[in-house]
Design a protein around this ligand. Structure first.
Ligand SMILES: NC(=O)c1ccc[n+]([C@@H]2O[C@H](COP(=O)([O-])OP(=O)(O)OC[C@H]3O[C@@H](n4cnc5c(N)ncnc54)[C@H](O)[C@@H]3O)[C@@H](O)[C@H]2O)c1
Length: 269
C-alpha cells in the first residue's frame, strides 16, 4: 500500500523510548498501527509509556534493556521475535550526553561510558536487529539511527558525543550498502536542538538562549516532529531513501547566519 497505512502491523523496536524523542517516535508508530516494542533502562517511565500508547489505541509491549549490554540486547530482539514472530524495523535511539569540556579534560571513564551507550549500543542494535529482520524476510525492513547534527558537524567541547554520533553515521552509511539488496533501508536522523530531558535541569532562559543561537527560526524542535520523520522513513513511501543522513534542525546545519537589515521590513506589516 503506497501510503502511510503501509506501516500498519510492522513490528518495530524503539530503544530509549521511555522519554524524549524515542517516546515521541514510539507514540507516533503506535498511533499509526505499528506493533511497537518500547525499550529502555527506565522501567517506571517505560511502563508509563506503554500505558500511554495503549490509551492511544496502539499495540505495544515494554521490554527493559540496556543497549550497552549485549546479553540484554539479544533478549530484547528475542522478545520481539517470540511475541510477534517477526521484526521489521529497529530505531536505535537511546543516547546520553556528557558535560561539555575540551578533549584533554575528558576522563577515559567518561568517554567509555558515553561510547558504550551512543556507539556500542547502536552497533548491538544493528547487529542483532538486522539479523532478526533478515530472518523475518521482511519485505520492507528498516533501521533508523538517531544520530545528531553532531554526527555531521563538529561541536566545541563535545568531543566524545560528536565522535559517537559521527560513528553512528558511519555505521548507517555502511549498513545501507550492505543490506540494500535484502529489502532493508538504513538511515540516520540528525536532530538539531529539541526540548527533552537530555537538557537536565537547564532553565527555560538558558534553553531559549540556545534556541536563539542554534535555531534559525528561534525555537527548539518539538519531539513529535522527529516522530513524523521516523514514521515517513518506516513507511513504504520511503523505500528509495537509503544511507541518508537527514538533518531535522530548522536549517541550523545549512550554513552560517550573517546579520542583515532588510531594506523593506514593511512587507511583513
Ligand atoms: N534532544 C536533543 O536536542 C537531541 C539532539 C540531537 C540528538 N539527540 C539524540 O536523540 C536521542 C534521544 O535523546 P533525547 O533527547 O530524547 O534524550 P532523553 O534523555 O530525553 O531520552 C533518552 C532515553 O534513553 C534512555 N537510556 C539512556 N541510557 C540507556 C541505555 N543504556 N539503554 C537503554 N536506554 C537508555 C533514557 O532512560 C531515556 O528514556 C539520543 O541518542 C540523543 O543523543 C537528541
Amino acid at each position: 500500500m503506497t501510503n502511510f497505512l503501509s506501516v500498519k502491523d510492522k513490528v518495530v523496536i524503539v530503544t530509549g523510548a521511555a522519554d524524549g524523542l524515542g517516546q515521541a517516535i514510539a507514540k507516533c508508530y503506535g498511533e499509526n498501527g505499528m506493533k511497537v516494542i518500547v525499550s529502555d533502562i527506565n522501567v517506571e517511565k517505560g511502563t508509563q509509556t506503554e500505558l500511554e500508547i495503549k490509551e492511544l489505541g496502539g499495540e505495544v509491549r515494554f521490554f527493559p534493556a540496556d543497549v550497552s549490554d549485549e546479553a540484554q540486547v539479544k533478549k530484547l530482539i528475542n522478545f520481539a521475535m517470540d511475541t510477534y514472530g517477526r521484526l521489521d524495523g529497529i530505531v536505535n535511539n537511546a543516547g546520553i550526553s556528557a558535560d561539555n569540556r575540551p578533549m584533554h579534560e575528558y576522563s577515559l571513564a567518561e568517554y567509555e561510558r558515553l561510547m558504550s551507550i551512543n556507539l556500542k549500543g547502536v552497533f548491538l542494535g544493528m547487529k542483532y536487529g538486522i539479523e532478526a529482520i533478515l530472518k523475518s524476510k521482511s519485505p520492507s525492513g528498516f533501521v533508523l539511527n538517531i544520530a545528531s547534527m553532531a554526527g555531521i558537524e563538529g561541536n566545541s567541547a563535545m568531543g566524545a558525543y560528536v565522535g559517537s554520533k559521527h560513528g553512528a553515521v558511519g555505521f548507517t552509511k555502511t549498513a545501507a550498502l550492505d543490506y540494500a539488496k535484502y529489502n532493508i533501508t538504513v538511515n540516520a536522523i540528525c536532530p538539531g536542538t529539541f526540548r527533552t530531558s537530555i537538557w537536565g535541569d537547564a532553565s527555560e532562559e538558558v534553553i531559549q538562549q540556545y534556541a536563539n543561537v542554534f535555531s534559525p527560526n528561534g525555537r527548539l524542535g518539538d519531539s513529535k516532529e522527529v516522530g513524523y520523520l521516523a514514521l515517513f522513513l518506516a513507511s513504504d513511501l520511503a523505500r528509495y531513501i537509503n544511507g541518508a543522513v537527514i538533518p531535522i534542525d530548522a536549517g541550523s546545519g545549512a550554513g552560517k547566519i550573517t546579520p542583515v537589515t532588510w531594506e523593506h521590513p514593511e512587507i511583513l506589516e
